[in-house]
Design a protein around this ligand. Sequence first.
Ligand code: 26Q
Length: 812
Amino acid sequence: MENFTRESMRKAISDKLRLNFGCTVEEATEANVMKACAMVLREVMADRAIDTRKATRRERKRKVHYMSLEFLMGRSLMKNAYNLGVVEILRGALEDMGFDPNDIFEMEPDAGLGNGGLGRLAACYLDSLTTLEIPAAGYSICYELGIFRQKIVDGQQVELPDDWKGMGDAWLVPKPEEMEEVHFGGTLREFWDDNHLHVVNEGYTRVLAVPCDMEIAGYGTKHTNFLRLWDAKSPKPIDMSLFQKGDYLQASEEAAMAEVIAKVLYPEDNHYEGKSLRLKQQYFFVSATVQSIVRKHIQAYGTLTNFHEKNVIQINDTHPALVIPELMRILIDDAGLSWDVAWDITTKSVAYTNHTVLAEALERWPQNLVESLLPRIWQILVEISNRWQRKVEDYYHDPKKTEEMAIIWGGEVRMANLCLAGCMAINGVSALHSQILKDDLFHSAYGMEPEKFKNVTNGIDHRRWLSEINPGLDGLIRDLTGGDAYLLQPMTLEKLDAYAEDSGVLECMGKIKKANKESFAKYARREQGVVLNTEAIFDVQVKRLHEYKRQLLNAMHIIYLYQQLRDNPNMDFYPHTFLFGAKAAPGYAVAKRIIQLINSLADQVNKDPVCKDRLQVVFLENYRVSLAEQLMPASEVSQQISLAGKEARGTGNMKFMMNGALTVGTLDGANVEMHQVLGDENMFLFGHKTEEVAELRRSGYNPYRLYSRDPALRAVLDQMNAGFADGNRYEDLHERLLMGQGGSSPDEYMLLADFASYCEAERRMMETYLDQRRWNQMSLHNIARSGVFAADRAIAEYADNIWHVPYKKQSV
Ligand code: 26Q
């Protein structure tokens, strides 16, 4: 079964077609074929998963449970074929069947069960966990609708539902026999029995959680893990006979709750909104997951007293933080353990990763919502909160600290503080970010329990984000570094540094990039009908739209260039194509205005004869994983221009770097660590640093002064105010920068403060581009030094420093 040839693969696919769709190869649609391919690969993975499970149990290994409200998986067919080592065989078989393999891969919708960085990180980590042979599972919700599809209509974002499951469920295996039941609301009844106080919850609303599992193949191993996605189901169809019994409302309540819980992913990224449905989602997911982990643990060990020795639960930000009181509830109410024993187990089992320092992203749930929706959990939270408060008081004797570190305060439950109290480890996602957590956001908790604080700099799945998507570069790397060693030992990429003076290699890199640009241009033309100038520098900013990420600063610089070109059409100017891609949260009005501004600017620039073949601006619709996979290999400049201190990490930056793009960026997030390995000479840094930003704020930042003193800046802002050729004016954004708006201080993210130095960095970048040899050298160094940003390294650090589990060491 396992050792496919082109012929046996063809046969396996056609067997699946006959059996599942009742059709021959000739009759099959591309959609049928895509699903049949998935079935063939799934079968291999299912067999391996069984072996993995048996071995884990036999060897009584500690398991890692990665809990995240988001897994931005993207497509799986190519990825699984890659990890199983059958890409060429599969391509060949599809060709033999008369299909274009690329058309079949393109049939698969992205599994867009995430917003951005945090969700994609979880997906990359599943790959590395499996490749490093760590017994692990991911857990999330099987959202019916993933992140919305974005259309641009008249320059504005329109959101469409992402109904991915029709085709995307090819990888999902429902496991109804492993269903769990989750309870909401109801009342508590307490009674004494056997000298113990018992609490029972009565009159609750039930929702069934049905697992849909997705097998995860590793690379170069038979080890197989899974991602468990919980679907919500009503416990019973509404029974009309209940009418008389008065149970009818209860039943409809259950049906209604089940209907909505797994309906849609919340599209807010880095922004907390206290919606009760979101809290229901979080508890539904947490409760089902903990019950399932506990059930399997008891099956294997017959006791819960060693739970923490055999399980570790990593939570992806605070979104699954209710895992702490939920595990306590099960250990106390169901297993009958004492508070102290339960607390000891819980606080040795759960670890928390923080992904943001933005105040608006920190979760604070209204106390009355938690109390009415989750009465027993609320009781446990109160107890955790009281005990934590006593600990803080005993340590600091300072009411300010008590308030700052409180879990329940002012009518709210603060999830980050709950995690500080209930987790064995807390980590940031880049060196700078982890330092900010210790110095600032969690300074007091750090003072009390410094040993809990760790850093694990994020990494990306370099097999997907380099080898799989950039075959040209992958081929060159194999030629230069001696084969495919870099796939399991990413630091091997360092060998590329030795070719910095090799003209042949440098030219080859230039050719690969050019070919990738051509192929992206074809894609963009097909998907969106735009014609890209492939002679121009591809200068790219793709990420969620957020003011702190400063897409507007990028647009301001383009306006500045455009004005220069108009004033002086004969100026020396290297052709430049600016590409943007970004979704805005549907309720984030300012972000949507920035998208509109970019489109107004694009419209005017692209029509102006002065700009012909020289300046082009394109907003790419519906930025998503599969679009990123086309774009990264074709990119030359990576814009990472967030205000220093705001971006916890940034993960797109590494994907660009690995594909040889050069970074124009601030010293924020992981740009700092990129700078450490690259030096000033291999990237274009600009802007205020974290401490300088703080200093500027302290001394009274005044953007208006900059506006009145710098004529170039003034002209740019005035153009925003006066508007573009399409008649759209952006007085609101102009005002926001100069005066502040609705309570925000003027230019909150200091675009004006960094404008001059940004323009200067872009100028340096453009000058460097004129020297193609130098450019390719820099590009080579970027690829060579990107190995440290592989997810395998990050997962090894989690395994060593937080989870204390063994993993497969890749011998050098
Ligand atoms: C919370 C409560 C209610 C509704 C939504 C949310 C919510 C959802 C998503 C809050 C935050 C997020 C996403 C955060 C995120 O993606 N953070 C990014 O994480 C990356 C991986 O560590 C970092 O690289 C980025 O710097 C960070 O912004």
